[in-house]
Design a protein around this ligand. Structure first.
Ligand code: SAH
Length: 490
């Protein structure tokens, strides 16, 4: 980050604007809107000043600005659109210790002015750190359509009641939950639609309930969320929303670190991951831990790699919850098969190759593969093997022994969809050797079928490329999800 974003309180403070044209008028107007005393130095004022010249706090001097004018000023703008005079303005401002901005002259700027989305008192400022004001403006236009104008009304409603709530609910978590309920629910809808009185009545009711009777708050909820195979861009909107709401997170080894950066900073994190033969926490314990945390009133996030209902034991974990009457919801995720296949350029089905696709686990019981071979050897289908790396040699040999074409193509995808993705290909007869030679490690997914040959034409993903930079890119926009999560109503 090259610049520090801050919001300045300049009410009643002096702001100097040198220049009388359009750019000068814009700067003067923004400062006046923020309550500053603005003095404009210009021989004459252009048409753009016509309206703002009437506003309180506006002053006009027809002479040129000089060094003494800057004493005690909060900010200065050079907008004379003449390189020499603007440079002189910047020098005088800096000599007086006043932060200065010269229009279109980054070298003379101590600060830049962001594109502003004004939903007063809610203000969103967008900056490209001077790199591309146009890009900032385009993003502003997009946000304009996403954030209804009435959000200002809602922000004011919430702002007026913030202290009242703080007086009644002393605990941070309780307050945050209360505000989320208000802002996500019917009270906000009433405030947004201008029914302030009805909103206030309902608000008083809900607050009294939250303060007096803790019963509605005591039971938490469990979110069983599929986080996809690794690339955080593959999360669903709902997954992201719940990740940012949770009070405590239970996660395991499959998850990319960058996914955990999306969790609220103050949320508790509990590692319950397991490696083969190294069960950090038995499944029953995970379920009872989730149940206990929810019973304590926490919102518990159980974050699972891929999809929770595909080889994820998600079903087992929530059976316990269901039995104990604990509320839960399940969010599907992109399973390793579809994530890895897409990022490896291997369509799982294809008119000329495969009309079916079958997902199996290669995790043998007691070191022996226990698979339905008749089904697996069907022609025109793709077989995807989860947890198949350690048994790869046995698996491919068994295919050949049972009559599969030894030349049938196989791909093994390590760390699919991540920046570290590697794909090793071969045929049934030699892929295990190739994989051993490449030193492929878990997590890795095995794809067997002639669709693998399409990779030669369809491979598009370049691991390690900027677009896949984990955590950087959310929904195509560079948002800092942590900052979004920190948007704090308490
Ligand atoms: N519920 C998960 C699967 C859990 S089983 C899902 O829907 O994807 C764990 C197995 O999934 C691993 O052994 C591996 O075979 C596969 N897997 C998960 N993530 C993967 C990734 N990013 N790359 C390759 N394989 C992956």
């Amino acid at each position: 980050m090259d610049q520090l974003p801050i919001f300045l309180d300049i009410r009643g403070r002096r702001v100097i604007v040198a220049g009388g044209g359009t750019a000068a008028a814009r700067k003067a107007e923004a400062a006046l809107r923020a309550g500053a005393e603005v003095t404009v130095f210009a021989a004459a004022l252009g048409d753009d000043f016509r309206e703002i010249a009437e506003w309180p706090g506006f002053r006009h001097e027809t002479r040129a600005v000089n060094g003494t004018d800057f004493a005690g000023a909060a900010l200065a703008y050079g907008a004379q659109e003449d390189a020499e005079t603007d440079a002189a303005t910047a020098r005088m401002a800096r000599a007086a210790g006043v932060l200065v901005n010269v229009v279109d002259r980054p070298e003379h700027c101590d600060f830049t002015t962001p594109a502003i989305l004004d939903r007063d008192p809610l203000v969103i400022a967008i900056s490209s750190s001077g790199a591309s004001p146009i890009l900032a403006r385009i993003i502003k236009a997009r946000l304009e359509t996403m954030i209804p104008a009435a959000y200002g009304r809602l922000a004011r409603f919430v702002g007026d009641l913030r202290q009242t709530v703080a007086d009644v609910l002393s605990e941070g978590r309780q307050r945050r939950r209360f505000w989320e309920r208000v802002i996500n629910g019917p009270i906000a809808d009433m405030a947004l639609s201008g029914r302030d009185e009805a909103a206030r009545r309902e608000f008083d009711k809900v607050l009294a309930l939250a303060a007096g009777d803790t019963a509605p708050d005591t039971m938490g909820e469990v979110y069983l969320v599929g986080a996809g195979p690794g690339d955080p861009d593959l999360l669903t909107f709902r997954a992201l929303r719940l990740i940012q709401r949770a009070d405590v997170v239970l996660y395991d080894r499959l998850l990319d670190d960058s996914l955990l950066t999306l969790v609220r900073r103050d949320a508790e994190r509990i590692y319950v991951g397991k490696k083969e033969k190294d069960h950090t926490m038995p499944q029953e314990d995970i379920s009872s831990l989730m149940a206990r945390l929810a019973e304590e009133g926490k919102r518990v996030l159980r974050l699972k790699g891929g999809d929770p209902f595909i080889f994820g034991r998600g079903g087992e974990e929530i059976e316990v919850l269901a039995a104990r009457g604990i509320p839960f919801q399940v969010v599907p995720g992109i399973t390793a098969a579809s994530g890895c296949a897409s990022y490896a350029g291997i369509p799982l089905t294809h008119r000329d190759h495969a009309q079916a696709c079958i997902f199996v686990t290669g995790h043998g019981k007691n070191g022996r593969l226990d698979l339905d071979w008749k089904t697996l050897l069907q022609p025109n289908q793709t077989v995807v093997v989860y947890m198949g790396l350690s048994m790869l040699a046995e698996l491919t040999a068994a295919f050949v022994e049972r009559g599969a074409d030894p030349a049938l193509p196989v791909a093994v995808i390590e760390n699919g969809t991540k920046r570290s993705q590697r794909v090793v290909t071969g045929a049934l007869v030699d892929v295990a050797a190739n994989v051993a030679e490449a030193g492929v490690k878990s997590p890795a997914l095995v794809v067997i079928g002639t669709v693998v040959s399409l990779r030669e034409k369809l491979n598009w993903y370049e691991p390690g490329s900027a677009a896949s930079d984990a955590g950087e890119c959310m929904g195509g926009m560079r948002l800092d999800p942590l900052e979004a999560a920190e948007f704090d109503f308490t």
